[in-house]
Design a protein around this ligand. Structure first.
Ligand SMILES: [Mg+2]
Length: 323
């Protein structure tokens, strides 16, 4: 029996996870969600681990050392937000290029420390090693009385996203084109914020299912649909798109909403909320958390994700390391 509790969406990375889960059998447990949950004396500990590697996730020429640390930590902390957990802290295992100066390592860890402190936690330990490139493996630790999961969306629920999408993807497009991104786009990539307060607020508001958009809505929505055993209709025409994405999209010949749906690493949250969650609840969310929340679709009976744009359906994919 596979220890993969929740079915994942399609894609090479997830085929590999399915194969690993199959081989692990009873040696694995409750795999497939944003976080692992461990009950200890009535409390639920919430854990997740995430890697950020030079060349795969960032280039040193794009970011300051402090930003490398901040961004890596926030990417990991975002999984705690997805579970609606509070942040207790993190462990950081860092590989440092052989030629790197000591003060660069300290600056990277300064960024890690600033990120976890902004989420209410602290650096609790880690490991240092020398290797050909920068790599950060960040293990985050949180606590939740009622952790959210990708499982639980029901037909009739609304599908909502926090914040604005596409900024990090558009920044990447600029760098890959040899240009410096516009300030707002650069900020989205270099200084993302894990939506810890938003996640906790949405759990309190009755979120039925939640996840973070680390690989892009177009791919990540499949995970929520499959884990919940429902179909999702997403209306791309109403996606909240970050400022400046349209300009980068135009250079690539792509619509802004396509970049916004495909691009991960904005670390916004996707939540299925009961039909009773409407405009006034969205306004309460914004005044409590300081972020917009936008209804982008509906949950219905069935399977799969349908993306609608200008009256037609479109095929888009999220990011997949193993595609
Ligand atoms: Mg996640």
């Amino acid at each position: 029996m596979s220890p993969l509790d929740l079915p994942l969406g399609p894609g090479g990375e997830f085929d590999l996870i399915r194969a690993i889960a199959e081989r692990l059998g009873p040696k694995g447990r409750h795999l497939g969600d944003d976080c692992a949950l461990i009950s200890v004396d009535g409390a639920t500990l919430v854990l997740s681990t995430d890697m950020s590697i030079e060349g795969a996730h960032f280039q040193t020429g794009w970011l300051s050392d402090e930003e490398i640390g901040w961004r890596s930590a926030m990417g990991a902390l975002s999984d705690l937000a997805a579970a609606g957990a509070e942040c207790l802290g993190l462990l950081a295992a860092v590989s440092v290029p052989h030629q790197a100066q000591r003060d660069r390592v300290v600056a990277v860890m300064d960024g890690v420390g600033q990120a976890v402190a902004a989420c209410g936690g602290a650096v609790l330990g880690g490991d240092l090693t020398a290797a050909p490139v920068w790599a950060l493996a960040i293990t985050v630790i949180g606590r939740a009385s009622r952790p959210a999961s990708r499982h639980g969306a029901r037909p009739g629920d609304g599908l909502w996203v926090t914040g604005q999408l596409g900024g990090a993807r558009a920044a990447l497009a600029a760098w890959q084109d040899g240009r410096e991104p516009a300030a707002g786009l650069r900020q989205a990539f270099a200084r993302p914020a894990a939506r810890i307060a938003a996640g906790q607020w949405l759990v309190q508001a009755g979120a039925r299912a939640m996840m973070d958009l680390s690989d892009g809505l177009a791919g990540d929505a499949h995970h929520l649909a499959n884990a919940s055993g429902v179909a999702l209709d997403v209306n791309l025409d109403v996606l909240p798109v970050a400022e400046g994405v349209a300009e980068e999209g135009a250079r690539l010949g792509r619509a802004a909403v396509e970049l916004a749906a495909e691009g991960g690493e904005d670390y916004e949250l996707l939540a299925a909320l009961p039909e009773t969650f409407g405009a006034s609840e969205a306004a309460s969310f914004q005044s409590a958390v300081g972020l917009p929340i936008t209804r982008v679709g509906d949950v219905r009976a069935g399977a799969g994700v349908v993306l609608h744009r200008a009256g037609a359906t479109v095929e888009l994919h999220g990011f997949d390391h193993f595609r």
